[in-house]
Design a protein around this ligand. Structure first.
Ligand SMILES: Cc1cc2nc3c(=O)[nH]c(=O)nc-3n(C[C@H](O)[C@H](O)[C@H](O)COP(=O)(O)O)c2cc1C
Length: 198
């Protein structure tokens, strides 16, 4: 007799915080750890952090369109398995020349079905704009991949001022509040998209 897996609605959904910048001396890892910490304290998500610097994907080197899910390389299979296991994503992005970094675009381009019909949020940081121009461009790409991005994202203007000597960030209350609002909205929209996902 075969058993059918029954989704457990009580199990926490998983959130992947993706650190989008990879350069030495970056801020991105600090903001990635910060949003993961906020999500652990203020949401129902089980939280994982993926650092694209550690993932170290080469420029997209798969011969087939990601939609076909015919991956040849081990690095793609590993990235696919990680993303497939997540219910939701927060992309942590700087603004590079009014856009988001190539490292993040490359990691997104690698996959397709793993993103579809899931919910995403964005934490951006930078100068005066707080990375909002990067977020606007990123939002278009996320939507092309079938990710739902609720309206409220987190933008941190003049983000360098919040770096601490201990290697973290001391974010303003306004950032924590907007992160909480974004996460709550992600949980609400995520439940509408995948009502039975465990
Ligand atoms: C290549 C490059 C382009 C940048 N362009 C912008 C920009 O368009 N707008 C902005 O607010 N900051 C810009 N900055 C400053 C970044 O906001 C700042 O360096 C930030 O720390 C970058 O994120 P990271 O440290 O995680 O790489 C740029 C920085 C770099 C390295």
């Amino acid at each position: 007799m075969t058993e059918t897996a029954v989704p457990n609605p009580a199990a926490p959904r998983t959130l992947m915080a993706v650190i989008g910048s990879v350069r030495p001396g970056r801020q991105g890892d600090k903001w990635g750890r910060w949003i993961a910490d906020v999500a652990r304290r203020h949401s129902g998500y089980a939280v994982e952090v993926v650092d694209l610097a550690e993932l170290a994907l080469p420029f997209l080197d798969e011969p087939h369109h990601p939609r076909l899910h015919r991956y040849e390389h081990e690095h793609t299979k590993q990235w696919s398995a990680k993303a497939a296991a997540a219910d939701a994503f927060v992309f942590v992005t700087p603004e590079y020349n009014y856009s988001f970094p190539a490292s993040l675009k490359n990691a997104l381009d690698y996959l397709y079905v793993e993103w579809k019909d899931k919910v995403a949020g964005v934490v951006s940081y930078g100068g005066l704009s707080g990375g909002l121009r990067a977020t606007h461009q990123l939002r278009q790409v996320l939507e092309a991949l079938g990710l739902a991005v609720p309206p409220g994202t987190v933008a941190i203007p003049f983000s360098a001022q919040y770096l601490t000597e201990e290697g973290g960030v001391d974010a303003p209350d306004s950032a924590v509040l907007s992160a909480q609002t974004m996460l709550a909205e992600m949980e609400r929209v995520g439940a509408l998209l995948r009502p039975h996902a465990s």
